[in-house]
Design a protein around this ligand. Sequence first.
Ligand code: MRU
Length: 369
Amino acid sequence: MRIGNQLYQTIWLDESDPSVVRVIDQQRLPFFFEIKELRSVEDVYNAIDLMTVRGAPLIGAAAAFGIYLAALEITVNTNPLSHLHNAARYLVSCRPTAVNLAWAVDFVMKRLSDEMSAEELADTSRGAAIEICELEKENCRQIGLHGVKLIESISEKKKGEPVNILTHCNAGWLACIDYGTATAPVYLAHDKGIKVHVWVDETRPRNQGARLTAYELGQHGVPYTIIPDNSGGHLMQHNMVDIVIVGSDRTTKAGDSANKTGTYLKALAAADNKIPFYSAVPSTSIDFSILDGIKEVEIEERDPEEVTKIEGLLHGKIEQVRLCPEDAKAANYGFDITPARFITGIITEKGICSATEEGIKEMFPDKFI
Ligand code: MRU
């Protein structure tokens, strides 16, 4: 992704000091573009916890680098593998909903063995973390190639009039390593000269849409309009939305999808208005061990202060203000489940499939053995 004149991905190893992992600080966007250094497992945990890095593929990649940083902490007094297993458990415990976190940690840990020296553990975990980044980039690139066909065909039907795409939260390159999941088809369509316009749900309480998706689309030159989360239904009733494309933190093998809270309500409104609703999902965000999203996915509950307060820029500084009575109670469920029956299709790196066990099995037969 290009920011100004420079190409970025969201996470990388410092070239001059490979004991440092660098990330774009998403707590500071869109007001300040700053890079943060992560030097320990603790730093990685805090970055995920405080949402310096967020989005399913990115927290997975960050945790993978966390295992590498843990390997660098091994001393003669440490039992290497038990130290790494402790780090793995610690990192996975940070956020419960996105399956990428556990998947990525498991991917790295499976490469490590107790026959390896401290140096070999560090080299192998570093290699695995970089491999995850490359895999996620390629997954997103492929999702773009498959998903753009949906936008192309709407554009043809509309005889070149702008295709209006509604998205929720940030399932863009900031949530991934590059390209994004839900945004990859949009960027590709725009680059091909297809006219697109994105309705960006602000995505309370943390406003990932207003802050991050708007920032990304603006950097890429894609026309967009931020809307309050509750406006989508109205826009759909008035033919102002052609397609909804969202990301996913955990899709079950039957197609139910956990994504940022409020996604389900968009799917209901889309179904009522017969508007196609697509979930863009790399296989690393599919939990092939579960079927029923409502019963089996743990929904993260976050600090109620994210609801009672709002953050923005005031006099050049990021500040928070209270929105409600001082003693007001608030609940903050971070995600919700969109049942598969409301999902028109899933855009994966292998192609577009139906949100059914059969459809997903056809795309990823090896995961069903
Ligand atoms: O709480 P966040 O900001 O990590 O939530 C992110 C989302 O809900 C995204 O839509 C999801 O991770 C898909 S990212 C490609």
